[in-house]
Design a protein around this ligand. Structure first.
Ligand SMILES: [Cu+2]
Length: 270
């Protein structure tokens, strides 16, 4: 009789454990099948943010497993076994210290790492950084390059400039060199837009009367997509654009090709 009860208990525990383990494995494997549910980003700044995100996810998982594990443990360990009242306990200093300290430590860790990421992401541009002027308008983008503000190969004496203006039918491509800090300088002359490139893991509002700026250093070449991320009117959805990250040589060739005198005089569309 005693043996039969022990076997039943063992079987039940084994079944519950197997079910939980299967569930956990399925959840974790599908959750992380496609990376971390977040693209890792193509810029130093994005990777920094992505690492912070991973840290938060791991900490969240540890808390989740610890809390749910304790919950299950206590449900089974202290389930009702008769009508007698269990021992009644009031207060426990050690427990209170533990459950006050752990959250404080978690918040401190998150604060330090978030602050470090924030400083890294919000770094100001250096004078030597390449600048791309971005103008948002209803309903597209214009990207302006200045020959005297092209980073490593600027021509300080040149006033040459050219603008790539997008239309809904002809989505523009903004080109930047890989491995160099690039400042995006954002302005709008009508309504609020938002400059968003998914693989930057970053977006910034484009506000009339203001000049918002951010700096990124791309870490890989390729073509990526961007769009306006602030509902700005009826044709907001047409405000798509492309971002091409190329080598320095390809970037210089791109500048050469576009900075022709005929195009040099082109003004922003609006
Ligand atoms: Cu928009």
């Amino acid at each position: 009789m005693h043996n039969a009860a022990a076997r039943r208990w063992f079987l039940r525990t084994a079944v519950i454990f197997t079910l939980l383990a299967t569930l956990l494995t399925l959840t974790a494997s599908s959750a992380f099948a496609d990376g971390w549910q977040q693209p890792s980003g193509i810029t130093s700044q994005a990777r920094n943010m992505h690492n912070l995100y991973k840290l938060v996810v791991v900490m969240g998982l540890v808390v989740f497993v610890a809390v749910e594990g304790a919950l299950l443990l206590f449900i089974f360990k202290y389930k009702k076994r008769g009508d007698d009242l269990p021992p009644q306990i009031h207060g426990n200093n050690l427990l209170e210290i533990i459950w006050t300290t752990i959250p404080i430590v978690i918040v401190l860790i998150l604060f330090v790492f978030s602050f470090r990421s924030l400083i890294n992401v919000d770094k100001d541009a250096k004078p030597a950084d390449l600048t791309v002027e971005v103008q948002g308008f209803q309903f597209q983008w214009a990207f302006t390059y200045h020959a005297n503000d092209l980073g490593a190969k600027s021509d300080p004496n040149s006033t040459s400039t050219f603008t790539i203006t997008g239309t809904a039918a002809n989505e523009p491509t903004v080109v930047i060199p890989v491995g160099e800090p690039v400042e995006f300088s954002l302005t709008s002359n009508d309504v609020i837009h938002s400059f968003y490139v998914r693989d930057f893991l970053y977006k910034l509002d484009v506000i009339p009367g203001r000049n918002n700026r951010f700096v990124v250093t791309a870490r890989e070449t390729g073509t990526f997509t961007g769009q306006c991320a602030e509902l700005c009117g009826l044709n907001h959805s047409l405000m798509r654009f492309h971002l091409q990250v190329v080598t320095r040589d390809e970037f210089d060739a791109f500048i050469q090709k576009n900075a022709k005198p005929a195009k040099a005089a082109a003004a922003p569309a609006r």
